[in-house]
Design a protein around this ligand. Structure first.
Ligand code: GLC
Length: 448
């Protein structure tokens, strides 16, 4: 700690004062980040006028849809079944602890009554309702913090300078960074002034301009956010190194540190809280054809794996254009809710346990309680008992040696189990072999 303080003090005269926000968070921000980590499970909502085309939130770019033509979608946006309260009640039933909403995605359409542009859900649609206002009221009523996704990239506005996403190039003569930057900061000011406390701003799209020398103006933008709402966290899905002022680190479709997507080959693990955002099927925004939903058990295992890796899971839903959440997603959320009702205490307010992830699963921990989650993996609908061993005719697992010792252990809600210390660690004997019908076979150990 002393070393960090000293480093920060040495950096101050160099004009790097903004380092302080990252290196030494204030006590208040420390508490905010801690509370965020306790929450463990959030719901991501991708919803906008793109939902009407039923082909994901990238449809405008992927199909190179003419800007004027795309904008006409707004004239037909009238989600007759939209009820923010019903959404929020469903998320609560699922055991979710916060909600992240796409206030403005890459297509540039704002889902609130912004004064900065008429291209928004109140002024440009027959619906005419401020979706964000309704959602923030419903979240406040149910005590769920609201986080806001905000795209740095914009395919619609003529002042945004096109970067890597070249399907809809802007005429360079109309681009104007200062004007676009001022627009974003004006919108962020509204979001942080008119919608109550905002838990986090979740940026996305910076990878459109990875080239050196392109200045996204983050220092100024982050300072603005923290000035308007000092307790509002900042996360940025830039897939790269943490920028000063960010409060949590994001991982897209991957567990912390993994790069199965190829999005983040150079992403280093920071010391900030982690959040992994993941879809239930393969698309974020509503897709009418994508039925590749994971099983409820698989989604639950992802939540547990995240917790065991000290990360939150931000689980996505892509509501339909009628405002309803697809049936498959509702079913998954209800199943997660059933799990959370019985076993939420092994996830919420825990941290990654003292035993790091193992082939058989992960551990979570709260004080002297260590929760051992045997997850294994699902292959062809069957659980493989990877990492478990049959010793003396009984199924068992080995917790590798570490700085801990076990006082007692039992199956969650069940009988006491036998264990013994041996060369490579502590061997726990299981009463039965974990089977396919058990999503997460949990043991509860008390540490000395
Ligand atoms: C990607 C996509 C975006 C999506 C986001 C969610 O960055 O560009 O469409 O909203 O991931 O993580």
């Amino acid at each position: 700690m002393k070393r960090i303080l000293l480093a920060a003090l040495l950096l101050l005269p160099l004009g790097l004062q903004n380092m302080r926000a990252e290196v030494i968070p204030s006590d208040e921000m420390r508490r905010v980040r801690n509370d965020f980590q306790d929450r463990k499970f959030g719901i991501f909502i991708h919803w906008g006028i793109y939902s009407m085309l039923g082909d994901g939130e990238w449809v405008m770019h992927n199909k190179s849809i003419d800007r004027q033509e795309y904008a006409h979608l707004a004239g037909g946006f009238c989600p007759s079944w939209f009820s923010a309260r019903e959404w929020v009640l469903l998320f609560k039933e699922a055991g979710a602890q916060y909600v992240t909403f796409t206030s403005r995605h890459h297509d540039g359409f704002s889902m609130w009554n912004t004064e900065a542009s008429d291209y928004n859900v109140v002024k440009a649609t027959p619906f005419g309702r401020d979706v964000l206002k309704e959602l923030s009221a419903a979240c406040a009523q149910e005590g769920l913090p609201l986080h806001l996704y905000y795209s740095h990239m914009d395919w619609q506005r003529a002042d945004y300078p096109t970067g890597n996403c070249k399907n809809l190039p802007h005429d360079p003569s109309t681009t104007n960074w200062n004007s676009y930057n001022a627009f974003m900061n004006r919108q962020l000011t509204e979001l942080l002034t008119n919608y109550g406390p905002i838990g986090a701003i979740w940026f996305d799209g910076m990878w459109d301009h990875p080239e050196e020398g392109f200045d996204w103006g983050l220092d100024e933008q982050y300072e603005l956010i923290h000035r308007l709402q000092p307790r509002c966290m900042i996360g940025n899905n830039h897939h790269g190194a943490i920028h000063d002022g960010e409060d949590f680190q994001l991982f897209e479709q991957d567990l912390p540190g993994q790069n199965t997507t190829g999005f983040a080959p150079d992403q280093q693990m920071s010391t900030l809280p982690y959040e992994s955002c993941q879809t239930m099927n393969s698309t974020w925004g509503y897709s009418i054809t994508d039925k590749s939903y994971k099983s409820s058990a698989e989604v639950i295992r992802r939540l547990v794996r995240c917790a065991g890796m000290n990360s939150n899971l931000l689980l996505n839903v892509g509501p339909r254009p009628d405002g309803q959440i697809p049936d498959e997603a509702v079913k998954i959320l209800q199943d997660v809710g059933t799990f959370m009702q019985s076993y939420g205490k092994t996830i919420l307010s825990t941290r990654g346990g003292c035993v790091p992830p193992q082939p058989w699963g992960v551990t979570t921990q709260r004080g002297k309680k260590l929760y051992i989650h045997i997850l294994n993996s699902e292959k062809d609908g069957r659980i493989t008992n990877e990492g478990l061993e049959q010793v003396e005719g009984r199924w068992s697992l080995l917790l590798p040696t570490g700085k801990y010792s076990i006082k007692s252990v039992s199956r969650m809600g069940g009988s006491t189990l036998t264990f013994r210390n041996e060369k490579g660690g502590t061997r726990i004997f299981l009463p039965t072999r974990p089977t396919t019908d058990v999503t997460d076979y949990i043991l509860e150990a008390t540490l000395n």
